[in-house]
Write a protein that binds this ligand. Structure first.
Ligand code: URP
Ligand code: ZN
Ligand code: ZN
Length: 483
């Protein structure tokens, strides 16, 4: 047994098991998990440490123009470094097709941008202009290239797709084995609220929360879920922020449909009261921050598995004229770029407040931060677990280290963190990417370009049997063939 690297004496955890073992690595993959392995060319002592699969950040906006033209502060270099310091060994940001752009050109642009990444990456394609050419040629071509998920918006005037277009996209996705993701909020209800609030002079950041009622989310989740179920397509509802929305997701899965839900740290650790601070613009995101009752609901959904992805929705717009204050020093809530940073704190927040406070198990932590994303997005078992044959993407955590969160301690290109001042216990100490130490003791050991593109497999339908409704079944639709 000849190892490049041995991680010795730690507590290894996967999404199912926790055990004491050494991990041996050769050629960038795990080749042995046993006790008493001989030393490798490098041997790391993991005594009193947790040896976990590298986390996978599957919802983040990196070097991405918003529909209104604002650019995120993080590019693929700073964004990937920040992710790495937060225990992530790969990530899947968005490649955003804006109206009038081709999918082909969009993907070329993002492949070029991502060449600076220090960790492995793929993209979810945002589809905002599903023309016939996009549906018939460019999406299939994207799938062939290993992009097997994409996102559609049911809100934001410049990104929204109609229900009809959503059906076209869902059917195309099902045909090719892609997973559709959706930002589900009812656009009309939000616009109706915004115009009434603005007309009444209620424009402070706190009214952002009022303008996006929970009912807008629940309606859109319900509609998107019904449409996906009708055509038998898998669907992931991102950033679920209501109990009602999470229940719709859970009910659909209980009924046998491949419907999944994600939530994000901001909904569990912040509330709408944060929007009422003098710098409330920092806390504008959509769906908006809500209340403490929601925090309890979302913990319950994470515990029960009804929401099975924990993502940051890192959308880094600085608190200056390039980002949050582009409309002036006191912008009305409807002119504030939506989103907040969190890629570096996503996993530490869940370790500290979830695992170490006894709300979830260590195995649930691994599932929520790594394994479930790897499975949903077609990179398991290469990524997302520690198993013989898997990439040696490993984060060694010190469960006893306590740190106070400060922006100065972050590695992104932001000028604030919404979690400033929180005391968190449990931090990634050493992060290993494909068998190489990428970060150790706060020191970066990677350079731009060390990350590689991950060609992803199609969505795995095992365990789901999407039905064909009578209206789409030629045998019962008077011979009509519609799919
Ligand atoms: O407010 C948010 N979440 N901004 C980022 C874009 C999105 O909707 O995911
Ligand atoms: Zn969104
Ligand atoms: Zn997002």
């Amino acid at each position: 047994m000849d190892f490049d690297l041995v991680i010795r004496g730690g507590t290894v955890a996967t999404a199912s098991d926790t055990f004491a073992a050494d991990v041996g690595v050769s050629g960038g993959v795990v080749t042995a998990i046993a006790r008493g392995l001989p030393d490798g060319r490098t041997t790391l002592d993991a005594t009193d440490r947790l040896v976990l699969p590298g986390a996978i950040e599957s919802h983040c906006h990196i070097e991405q123009e918003s529909a209104t033209g604002a650019m995120t502060s993080d590019d693929y270099e700073s964004g990937s470094i920040s992710a790495l310091f937060g225990g992530n060994t790969s990530f899947i940001p968005f490649a955003a097709q804006h109206r009038g752009q081709s999918v082909r050109g969009t993907l070329e642009t993002y492949h070029e941008r991502a060449r600076k990444s220090v960790i492995d990456y793929s993209f979810h394609l945002i589809v905002s202009d599903p023309t016939e050419q996009v549906l018939a040629e460019e999406l299939p071509e994207a799938f062939e290239g290993g992009i097997t998920s994409f996102k559609v918006f049911l809100t934001y005037d410049k990104l929204i797709v109609s229900d009809e277009a959503l059906l076209d996209i869902l059917v195309t996705a099902r045909k090719h084995g892609a997973l559709t993701m959706t930002h589900a909020e009812n656009n009309a209800l939000i616009k109706w609220m915004v115009s009434r609030l603005v007309a009444g002079g209620y424009t402070a950041p706190k009214f952002h929360a009022v303008s996006h009622p929970g009912a807008a989310e629940a309606e859109a989740i319900s509609r998107a879920t019904r449409l996906a179920n009708f055509v038998g397509a898998p669907l992931l509802i991102v950033h679920v922020s209501t109990d009602e929305g999470a229940n719709i997701v859970a009910d659909a899965r209980r009924s046998g449909h491949p419907i999944f839900g994600e939530t994000c740290p901001q909904y569990l650790f912040l509330t709408r009261d944060d929007l009422d601070r003098p710098d409330g613009a920092k806390y504008c995101c959509s769906p908006p921050l809500r209340d403490e009752a929601l925090q309890r609901d979302l913990w319950r959904h994470l515990q029960a598995g009804s929401l099975m992805l924990w993502s940051s929705d890192h959308a880094p717009y600085r608190y200056d004229e390039t980002g949050k204050l582009s409309a002036g020093p006191n912008p009305p809530f409807n002119k504030i770029a939506n989103g907040m940073p969190g890629i570096e704190l996503r996993a530490p927040l869940l370790m500290s407040e979830g695992v170490l406070k006894g709300r979830i198990t260590l195995n649930q932590f691994v599932a929520l931060t790594a394994t479930n994303a790897a499975k949903l997005f077609g990179i398991h078992p290469q990524k997302g677990t520690i198993a013989v044959g898997s990439d040696a993407d490993v984060a060694i955590w010190n469960p006893s280290e306590t740190r106070t969160v400060t922006q100065a301690g972050m590695h992104d290109a932001m000028d604030y963190t919404p979690f400033e001042g929180m005391s968190l216990t449990g931090w990634p100490e050493t992060v290993i990417c494909r068998g190489e130490v990428a970060m150790a003791g706060g020191v970066l050991h990677r350079k731009p370009g060390d990350g590689a593109f991950m060609k992803r497999a199609p969505f795995d339908f095992t365990g789901y049997s999407p039905s064909t409704p009578p209206e789409l079944d030629p045998a019962t639709a008077f011979g009509a063939s519609l799919l």
